[in-house]
Design a protein around this ligand. Structure first.
Ligand SMILES: [Fe+2]
Ligand SMILES: [Fe+2]
Length: 316
């Protein structure tokens, strides 16, 4: 048979026994539905907590509502790149990834509708607390917008590479985008935010469905993160010069990771140090998964108690 016809087919024994394909199978097995969740108790709990607690909690959930929508919309370049690299297993996994991010957005939309009674942009927007431009008072770190600057910019570079770039250009841009999206945003920055919500709802003994939803989402996120870090590892193994790209991304947004997630201070009674230690653990894990050397200075800065400025995190 001519190779022309063969090129129409992408499956191989090697692919369907590979790591990424197994993640696709796992995602298909672990599928859950928002419509199966019951928000009744959460709605009752909302009525009994104090206005201050309502404000603190909403400050977090509203950012997730925005963040999940943003990450859903940023996935197209990765799909385009997987197609260009002829990695059909990556495309299949990304199909579940895209569906899950849309579902996470759905979860937060339904939760706000059923519990707080808000859906339309004009109803939810007033609860999105902006603290102006976040600054490190010592001036050592710059805090930038990862969600609306890094992801769209790196995404555009990847998309353009996928449309007309060489294989090397696509691979390099893939590592850059994935290091930012899966490694940095999903893999380190938002991890404490999930834990903070789970800890808060446990501490208040309230909002069982919010707690449950966060745990379901966290399980999905684990697969998204390790898809990205595994893909980066494969590409870095092919060309070790891509490791530098990972460090450049983390370096460009160093201030965001070194600062405290704003929720760490929004809910009284939380152990602030716990979440910084957690970020370090996640950062080390991501580096191990990608097969890159962790930056020790970054780790020291995350753990430095004298660095305690707060950054706004949008999570997805
Ligand atoms: Fe995700
Ligand atoms: Fe998500």
């Amino acid at each position: 048979m001519s190779s022309d016809v063969e090129s129409k087919f992408h499956f191989s024994r090697e692919m369907v026994s590979g790591e990424i394909y197994r993640k696709y199978e796992k995602a298909m097995r672990k599928h859950w539905k928002v419509e199966d969740l019951d928000f009744t108790q959460d709605a009752l709990d909302w009525q009994r907590i104090t206005p201050e607690q309502q404000k603190g909690l909403l400050g977090i959930t509203i950012r997730f509502l925005a963040g999940e929508q943003a990450v859903t919309d940023e996935l197209v370049p990765m799909l385009a790149a997987s197609h260009a690299l002829r990695r059909f297993d990556w495309t299949m996994f990304l199909a579940t990834f895209l569906l899950e991010e849309a579902k996470h957005a759905e979860f937060f939309m339904r939760w706000h509708e059923a519990v707080v009674g808000i859906v339309d942009p004009s109803e939810v927007a007033p609860h999105f607390l902006t603290r102006g431009k976040t600054v490190d008072p010592t001036g050592r770190f710059e805090v930038r917008d990862v969600m609306h600057e890094a992801l769209p910019n790196y995404g555009r570079i990847l998309h353009e590479a996928a449309l007309g770039g060489t294989e090397k250009e696509i691979e390099r841009a893939f590592v850059q985008f994935s290091a930012a999206y899966n490694g940095f945003v999903e893999g380190v920055l938002t991890m404490p935010s999930y834990e903070i919500v789970i800890d808060t709802t446990t501490q208040w003994d309230a909002f069982p469905t919010l707690n449950r939803g966060f745990k379901l989402i966290l399980a999905d996120e684990g697969r998204h993160i390790t898809f990205g870090t595994t893909a980066c590892r494969m590409l870095i193994e092919k060309d070790p010069s891509y490791e530098e790209v990972v460090h450049e991304v983390f370096d460009a947004y160093r201030g965001n990771i070194v600062g405290l997630v704003e929720y760490q201070k929004a809910v009284p009674g939380l152990d602030v140090g716990k979440y910084q230690t957690m970020k370090v653990r996640h950062y080390r894990n991501r580096c191990r998964e990608m097969g890159v050397q962790p930056d020790d200075t970054l780790i020291e800065q995350i753990l430095d108690p004298s660095i305690d400025f707060v950054v706004g995190v949008e999570a997805g």
